[in-house]
Ligand binder design. Structure first.
Ligand code: SF4
Ligand code: SF4
Length: 463
């Protein structure tokens, strides 16, 4: 049973919880190191990837670019078109299933270490601490009357935040407009309306979310925090306080009469979302582990074993033996199976992806025409889409009624990543024996890769 909290303790906790913005106390330890490793890793990838180039057929382009104007998504050597929507859908489903799988095993690890909200809040809080000082200095500054010093510090902090937000926005837009063209265009004012809108919107979004809203996003705005509990089972490991070991908590640690919790409140002070993990699992907890780091230091000081707060399952908190493996954990097994299925489907979609798409349109002007030598002709337009990054040459064949054939040119070259409409005339001898509407089939094949051909059905009209 929890010991009732005293007025002094309540006042101390309220100091951190109810003074408006949460100023979390800094802590050190393995989870803090892991958090900063993830900050560096994610930011190196985000700010660095848009500067990578990719060379193909002597042409250099940005390696990762969402070229909306030309409806292409460049991903290093892969170029995705709107026709690859299925592959992209599998990719997104795969990412969501992987997130569910990790959540079922280890709770909100994504929230604590990889979510952009967490990462940018950590960066903005770091800038704030460099300008205004530690958590106590920041609290005092917030509560002090307006002065030149306070105004100066706030102006520097917000200025640095805005600079960082602006750089983040330029990087973000640099994934849609080549960043080497975008960067000189910003000071020169040579931006299009959409680029200007997204630069301002994304800079403002970063500044408000990471600088001003912070934990409020996790607590009140993030839908994932609300439904993550659905993915948990009794063996999901979350950051939890061990009440069997910690209670009854006692700041004086009377020999033989108290648990290991000395009620110092440091686990609350370091919490970026301002909660008390000793109250049990709460949706506001992002599993960042900073309270573990803080409490481990307290345990070291009082000579008690570490791990009063640790990653534990609901079953372990209740004193039961955790389930071993996935047997008996149907939710985890189901997510693992879905992960496997969608990985296979994505692999299949990638392997089966055709770099040639063909659209056949019948000439609507005339159903058919008869030539002087008694041949019946139909006219078609074939749209040849070359999704490859190389120029390719294609040959067109047709099959259908006896002696059907193409009149004139049937070999066409299509430039890399472009669409070429070609006109075709198909002829059938009048004495072929067929009449009315006959099904026909076009076969288009790459002269360098005859095995990979595309078949398209159409119809041929005879008298
Ligand atoms: S840091 Fe540990 S000892 Fe201190 S209040 Fe929290 S759980 Fe108790
Ligand atoms: S309770 Fe602990 S793990 Fe949860 S958000 Fe707070 S510091 Fe992070």
């Amino acid at each position: 049973m929890h010991k009732p909290i005293t007025k002094a303790q309540e006042a101390r906790l309220a100091f951190y919880r109810n003074k408006g913005k949460i100023h979390a106390r800094a802590t050190a330890g393995k989870f803090n190191r892991l958090r900063w490793t993830m900050v560096w890793l994610t930011q190196i990838v985000f700010y660095g990837t848009c500067w990578l180039n990719w060379e193909t057929n002597g042409v250099t382009r940005q390696a990762v670019l969402l070229d909306i104007a030309h409806e292409k998504f460049y991903l290093f050597g892969l170029v995705l078109w709107p026709q690859d929507a299925l592959l992209m859908a599998f990719g997104l489903i795969l990412a969501a299933t992987a997130l569910f799988f990790v959540t079922a095993i280890a709770g909100r690890l994504f929230c604590g270490f990889a979510c952009p909200q967490t990462v940018y809040t950590a960066i903005f809080a770091w800038i704030e601490a460099r300008v205004e000082g530690d958590h106590l200095a920041r609290l005092k500054l917030d509560q002090s009357p307006l002065s030149a010093r306070k105004l100066g510090l706030k102006a520097i902090k917000h200025g640095l935040w805005l600079l960082f937000a602006a750089w983040t926005a330029i990087t973000f837009v640099g994934y849609f407009t080549p960043i080497r063209e975008l960067l000189p265009a910003v000071p020169a004012g040579r931006l299009g309306p959409w680029e200007s809108f997204w630069l301002i919107f994304y800079a403002a979004f970063t500044y408000v979310q990471a600088g001003l809203a912070r934990e409020a996003v996790c607590q009140h705005m993030c839908p994932y925090s609300r439904f993550q509990g659905v993915m948990f089972d009794p063996d999901t490991r979350n950051v939890a306080y061990d009440p069997a070991r910690g209670e009854p908590r006692n700041s004086r640690r009377q020999a033989g009469s108290s648990g290991d919790c000395v009620d110092c409140g440091i686990c609350v002070q370091v919490c970026p979302t301002g909660i008390d993990i000793r109250d049990g699992l709460q949706y506001q907890c992002i599993n960042c582990g900073l309270c573990i780091d803080a409490c481990d230091q307290v345990m070291d000081k009082i000579g008690a074993p570490r791990g009063l707060i640790r990653f534990m399952s609901e079953r372990e908190v209740g004193g039961a033996t955790p389930t071993r493996g996935w047997i008996g954990r149907p939710r985890v097994a189901a997510y693992a199976a879905l992960l496997l299925v969608f990985s296979l489907l994505a692999g299949w979609a990638l392997a089966e992806r055709s770099l040639l798409l063909v659209d056949v349109l019948r000439d609507r002007g005339a159903l058919h025409r008869e030539t002087a030598d008694g041949t019946i002709e139909n006219a078609y337009t074939l749209k040849l889409m070359n999704l490859d990054e190389n120029r390719r040459s294609f040959t067109v064949d047709v099959s259908g009624p006896a002696n059907i054939g193409i009149v004139g040119e049937r070999e066409f070259t299509v430039e890399a990543g472009s669409i070429r409409p070609v006109s075709l005339t198909v002829a059938v001898p009048a004495d072929s024996g067929a009449s009315g509407i006959q099904p026909i089939q076009f076969r288009v094949w790459d002269q360098d890769r005859p095995a990979s051909s595309v078949l398209e059905k159409s119809s041929f009209v005879l008298p």
